[in-house]
Design a protein around this ligand. Structure first.
Ligand SMILES: *Cc1c(COP(=O)(O)O)cnc(C)c1O
Length: 228
Protein backbone atom coordinates (compact mmCIF):
# COMPACT_ATOMS: atom_id res chain seq x y z
CA UNK A 1 0.00 0.00 0.00
CA UNK A 2 2.60 2.51 1.08
CA UNK A 3 4.70 1.58 -1.87
CA UNK A 4 2.04 2.85 -4.26
CA UNK A 5 1.66 6.08 -2.27
CA UNK A 6 5.42 6.68 -2.44
CA UNK A 7 5.67 5.90 -6.12
CA UNK A 8 2.69 8.05 -6.95
CA UNK A 9 4.34 10.93 -5.11
CA UNK A 10 7.57 10.41 -7.06
CA UNK A 11 5.77 10.35 -10.40
CA UNK A 12 3.79 13.46 -9.48
CA UNK A 13 7.03 15.22 -8.58
CA UNK A 14 8.57 14.25 -11.95
CA UNK A 15 5.46 15.49 -13.72
CA UNK A 16 5.54 18.82 -11.91
CA UNK A 17 9.23 19.33 -12.47
CA UNK A 18 8.95 18.56 -16.18
CA UNK A 19 5.96 20.89 -16.49
CA UNK A 20 7.85 23.68 -14.77
CA UNK A 21 10.92 23.19 -16.97
CA UNK A 22 8.72 23.32 -20.04
CA UNK A 23 7.06 26.51 -18.85
CA UNK A 24 3.70 24.76 -18.73
CA UNK A 25 0.97 25.71 -16.27
CA UNK A 26 0.40 23.80 -13.04
CA UNK A 27 -2.63 21.91 -14.34
CA UNK A 28 -1.56 21.58 -17.97
CA UNK A 29 -0.53 17.94 -17.61
CA UNK A 30 -2.67 15.26 -16.00
CA UNK A 31 -1.66 11.84 -14.78
CA UNK A 32 -3.46 8.76 -16.06
CA UNK A 33 -2.61 5.80 -13.81
CA UNK A 34 -2.42 2.70 -16.01
CA UNK A 35 -3.74 -0.11 -13.85
CA UNK A 36 -3.84 -2.99 -16.34
CA UNK A 37 -2.99 -6.37 -14.73
CA UNK A 38 -3.22 -4.73 -11.28
CA UNK A 39 -5.75 -5.79 -8.64
CA UNK A 40 -8.59 -3.51 -7.55
CA UNK A 41 -6.84 -2.96 -4.22
CA UNK A 42 -3.97 -1.21 -6.00
CA UNK A 43 -6.48 1.20 -7.52
CA UNK A 44 -7.96 1.78 -4.07
CA UNK A 45 -4.52 2.61 -2.75
CA UNK A 46 -3.95 5.16 -5.51
CA UNK A 47 -7.44 6.58 -4.99
CA UNK A 48 -6.66 7.12 -1.32
CA UNK A 49 -3.77 9.35 -2.47
CA UNK A 50 -6.10 11.43 -4.64
CA UNK A 51 -5.66 9.71 -8.01
CA UNK A 52 -8.95 9.60 -9.93
CA UNK A 53 -8.14 8.68 -13.55
CA UNK A 54 -7.27 5.09 -14.41
CA UNK A 55 -6.37 3.50 -17.73
CA UNK A 56 -7.17 -0.10 -18.70
CA UNK A 57 -6.25 -2.14 -21.80
CA UNK A 58 -8.34 -5.28 -21.43
CA UNK A 59 -12.11 -4.95 -21.41
CA UNK A 60 -13.18 -7.89 -19.25
CA UNK A 61 -10.49 -7.17 -16.68
CA UNK A 62 -11.58 -3.53 -16.55
CA UNK A 63 -15.26 -4.40 -16.13
CA UNK A 64 -14.44 -6.78 -13.27
CA UNK A 65 -12.48 -4.07 -11.46
CA UNK A 66 -15.15 -1.45 -12.10
CA UNK A 67 -17.68 -3.75 -10.38
CA UNK A 68 -15.35 -4.13 -7.39
CA UNK A 69 -14.76 -0.38 -7.20
CA UNK A 70 -18.32 0.84 -7.78
CA UNK A 71 -18.25 2.69 -4.44
CA UNK A 72 -15.49 5.06 -5.70
CA UNK A 73 -15.97 8.04 -8.03
CA UNK A 74 -13.40 7.14 -10.69
CA UNK A 75 -12.79 8.21 -14.28
CA UNK A 76 -12.09 5.22 -16.54
CA UNK A 77 -10.01 5.45 -19.70
CA UNK A 78 -9.83 2.66 -22.28
CA UNK A 79 -6.35 2.63 -23.84
CA UNK A 80 -6.05 -0.82 -25.47
CA UNK A 81 -6.76 -2.19 -28.94
CA UNK A 82 -10.50 -2.29 -29.70
CA UNK A 83 -12.32 -5.12 -31.48
CA UNK A 84 -15.54 -3.99 -33.10
CA UNK A 85 -17.62 -6.58 -31.21
CA UNK A 86 -16.48 -5.02 -27.90
CA UNK A 87 -17.52 -1.44 -28.51
CA UNK A 88 -20.85 -1.52 -26.63
CA UNK A 89 -19.46 -2.20 -23.14
CA UNK A 90 -16.70 0.32 -23.82
CA UNK A 91 -19.27 2.97 -24.80
CA UNK A 92 -21.22 2.18 -21.63
CA UNK A 93 -18.49 1.93 -19.04
CA UNK A 94 -15.76 4.46 -19.88
CA UNK A 95 -15.31 8.24 -19.81
CA UNK A 96 -12.45 8.35 -22.32
CA UNK A 97 -11.16 6.14 -25.13
CA UNK A 98 -7.57 6.88 -26.20
CA UNK A 99 -7.16 4.14 -28.80
CA UNK A 100 -9.61 4.83 -31.63
CA UNK A 101 -7.80 4.30 -34.93
CA UNK A 102 -10.56 3.75 -37.49
CA UNK A 103 -13.91 5.25 -38.33
CA UNK A 104 -15.91 2.05 -37.96
CA UNK A 105 -14.99 1.83 -34.28
CA UNK A 106 -15.83 5.50 -33.71
CA UNK A 107 -19.23 5.09 -35.40
CA UNK A 108 -20.09 2.12 -33.21
CA UNK A 109 -18.99 3.92 -30.04
CA UNK A 110 -21.14 6.92 -30.95
CA UNK A 111 -24.18 4.76 -31.81
CA UNK A 112 -23.80 2.79 -28.59
CA UNK A 113 -23.05 5.60 -26.15
CA UNK A 114 -26.00 5.66 -23.70
CA UNK A 115 -28.20 8.76 -23.93
CA UNK A 116 -27.96 9.48 -20.20
CA UNK A 117 -24.19 9.81 -20.31
CA UNK A 118 -22.21 12.80 -21.64
CA UNK A 119 -20.46 12.37 -25.00
CA UNK A 120 -17.54 9.95 -24.86
CA UNK A 121 -14.14 11.69 -24.94
CA UNK A 122 -12.04 10.37 -27.82
CA UNK A 123 -8.37 10.44 -28.72
CA UNK A 124 -7.31 9.11 -32.10
CA UNK A 125 -4.33 6.78 -31.90
CA UNK A 126 -1.65 7.58 -34.46
CA UNK A 127 1.10 5.22 -35.62
CA UNK A 128 3.60 8.05 -35.36
CA UNK A 129 6.70 6.01 -36.28
CA UNK A 130 5.01 4.09 -39.10
CA UNK A 131 5.71 0.74 -37.48
CA UNK A 132 4.23 -2.14 -39.43
CA UNK A 133 3.13 -4.08 -36.37
CA UNK A 134 1.59 -1.26 -34.39
CA UNK A 135 -2.03 -0.15 -34.23
CA UNK A 136 -2.87 3.45 -34.96
CA UNK A 137 -3.95 5.50 -37.94
CA UNK A 138 -1.31 6.57 -40.46
CA UNK A 139 -0.52 10.29 -40.10
CA UNK A 140 -1.61 10.83 -43.72
CA UNK A 141 -5.07 9.45 -42.94
CA UNK A 142 -5.51 11.51 -39.79
CA UNK A 143 -7.13 14.68 -41.19
CA UNK A 144 -10.00 12.80 -42.84
CA UNK A 145 -10.46 10.52 -39.84
CA UNK A 146 -10.52 13.46 -37.42
CA UNK A 147 -13.02 15.31 -39.59
CA UNK A 148 -15.35 12.30 -39.72
CA UNK A 149 -15.09 11.49 -36.00
CA UNK A 150 -15.76 15.12 -35.16
CA UNK A 151 -19.20 14.79 -36.83
CA UNK A 152 -20.34 11.88 -34.66
CA UNK A 153 -23.01 13.11 -32.24
CA UNK A 154 -22.24 11.06 -29.13
CA UNK A 155 -18.45 11.49 -29.23
CA UNK A 156 -16.29 14.43 -28.28
CA UNK A 157 -13.10 14.45 -30.31
CA UNK A 158 -10.42 15.59 -27.84
CA UNK A 159 -7.08 14.88 -29.47
CA UNK A 160 -4.36 12.41 -30.39
CA UNK A 161 -2.57 9.52 -28.73
CA UNK A 162 0.63 7.71 -29.67
CA UNK A 163 3.00 5.07 -28.38
CA UNK A 164 6.31 5.83 -30.13
CA UNK A 165 9.02 3.23 -30.66
CA UNK A 166 10.75 2.95 -27.27
CA UNK A 167 14.05 4.79 -27.10
CA UNK A 168 16.49 5.67 -24.31
CA UNK A 169 17.57 8.77 -26.18
CA UNK A 170 15.69 11.87 -24.98
CA UNK A 171 16.28 13.63 -28.30
CA UNK A 172 14.69 10.80 -30.23
CA UNK A 173 11.85 10.60 -27.71
CA UNK A 174 11.13 14.28 -28.16
CA UNK A 175 11.16 14.06 -31.96
CA UNK A 176 8.35 11.51 -32.03
CA UNK A 177 6.25 13.43 -29.50
CA UNK A 178 6.94 16.66 -31.37
CA UNK A 179 5.61 15.10 -34.57
CA UNK A 180 2.38 14.13 -32.82
CA UNK A 181 1.97 17.64 -31.41
CA UNK A 182 2.58 19.16 -34.84
CA UNK A 183 0.08 16.77 -36.39
CA UNK A 184 -2.59 17.97 -33.97
CA UNK A 185 -1.81 21.63 -34.67
CA UNK A 186 -1.86 21.08 -38.44
CA UNK A 187 -5.06 19.02 -38.33
CA UNK A 188 -6.80 21.63 -36.19
CA UNK A 189 -5.82 24.32 -38.67
CA UNK A 190 -6.60 22.44 -41.86
CA UNK A 191 -9.88 20.98 -40.67
CA UNK A 192 -11.04 23.81 -38.42
CA UNK A 193 -11.05 21.54 -35.37
CA UNK A 194 -10.38 22.31 -31.72
CA UNK A 195 -8.54 19.27 -30.42
CA UNK A 196 -6.91 20.10 -27.08
CA UNK A 197 -5.47 16.80 -25.86
CA UNK A 198 -2.18 14.99 -26.42
CA UNK A 199 -2.07 11.59 -24.73
CA UNK A 200 1.62 10.74 -24.85
CA UNK A 201 4.43 9.71 -22.52
CA UNK A 202 4.75 6.66 -20.25
CA UNK A 203 7.02 5.70 -17.34
CA UNK A 204 10.23 5.90 -19.38
CA UNK A 205 9.61 9.04 -21.42
CA UNK A 206 7.10 11.26 -19.66
CA UNK A 207 9.57 14.17 -19.37
CA UNK A 208 10.14 14.25 -23.14
CA UNK A 209 6.39 14.06 -23.75
CA UNK A 210 5.67 16.94 -21.37
CA UNK A 211 8.39 19.03 -23.03
CA UNK A 212 6.52 18.54 -26.33
CA UNK A 213 3.06 19.35 -25.01
CA UNK A 214 1.55 16.18 -23.48
CA UNK A 215 -1.70 16.81 -21.61
CA UNK A 216 -2.18 13.20 -20.40
CA UNK A 217 0.79 11.06 -19.45
CA UNK A 218 -0.10 7.38 -19.10
CA UNK A 219 2.00 5.79 -16.35
CA UNK A 220 1.81 2.19 -15.17
CA UNK A 221 5.11 0.66 -14.08
CA UNK A 222 6.44 3.65 -12.17
CA UNK A 223 3.25 3.81 -10.05
CA UNK A 224 2.35 0.15 -9.54
CA UNK A 225 5.68 -1.63 -10.11
CA UNK A 226 6.73 -4.00 -12.91
CA UNK A 227 3.92 -6.04 -14.44
CA UNK A 228 4.06 -9.83 -13.99
C1 LIG B 1 0.83 -0.26 -20.48
C2 LIG B 1 0.59 1.03 -21.16
C3 LIG B 1 1.06 2.23 -20.61
C4 LIG B 1 1.90 2.30 -19.35
O1 LIG B 1 3.22 1.92 -19.63
P1 LIG B 1 4.36 1.95 -18.48
O2 LIG B 1 5.62 1.83 -19.26
O3 LIG B 1 4.08 0.77 -17.60
O4 LIG B 1 4.25 3.24 -17.76
C5 LIG B 1 0.73 3.41 -21.26
N1 LIG B 1 -0.01 3.41 -22.38
C6 LIG B 1 -0.48 2.28 -22.93
C7 LIG B 1 -1.29 2.36 -24.17
C8 LIG B 1 -0.19 1.06 -22.34
O5 LIG B 1 -0.65 -0.06 -22.91
Amino acid sequence: MHKIADKLMQVTARLQQASQQAGRGRDAVRLLAVSKTRPADDIRAAYACGQRDFGENYLQEALDKQAQLADLALSWHFIGPIQSNKTRPIAQAFDWVHSVDRLKIAQRLSDQRPEDLPPLNICLQVNIDGEATKSGAAPADLPALAQAVNQLPRLKLRGLMAIPTPSDDPTQQRQAFGRLAQLMTDTNQRQGLQMDTLSMGMSGDLEAAIAEGATWVRVGTDIFGARQ
